[in-house]
Design a protein around this ligand. Structure first.
Ligand code: CO
Length: 139
């Protein structure tokens, strides 16, 4: 079951500049940074109103975020719903015809399991589903 808006992700070409914008100009405290090697992505998190803004940047200039920046430039990248059962939600949505970018959930930031729904299935919005570990939760 989808339980909330986990985060909104923004692809950035200059992570330090973007962190300064959100932290200093907008005054939203940076809560942490994390590299996600499975996605070749460096991330920075700004919790706000029970959700988070997540800046995403390619690790080592490669990976899916690098491809997105090359194709579409910087900007809104995806939104993420939290779920309490990612496998069940994936199966339920697949049964309705939704296409996913991977066959099964993969490790994401904060110890989550994540999977992405293809934007062609969702009216052009890349949507991630994330299940947090039972003992964990938000950072
Ligand atoms: Co995400």
């Amino acid at each position: 079951m989808i339980t909330g808006l986990d985060h909104v992700a923004i692809a950035v070409t200059d992570l330090e500049e973007a962190i300064a914008r959100f932290a200093e100009d907008f005054g939203i405290p940076l809560s942490g940074r994390e590299d996600v090697p499975t996605e070749q992505t460096s991330t920075a998190f700004f919790p706000l109103s029970g959700t988070r803004i997540e800046l995403i940047h390619p690790m080592d200039g490669q990976g899916p975020v690098a491809a997105s920046l090359a194709k579409r430039g910087p900007g809104m990248h995806h939104l993420c719903f939290s779920t309490d059962d990612i496998v069940a939600d994936m199966a339920r949505l697949q049964a309705k015809g939704y296409r996913f970018l991977s066959e099964a959930p993969k490790p994401g930031a904060h110890g989550t399991q994540v999977v992405f729904i293809h934007p062609k299935s969702t009216g052009g919005v890349l949507i991630e589903l994330a299940q947090h570990p039972v003992d964990g939760g938000h950072s």
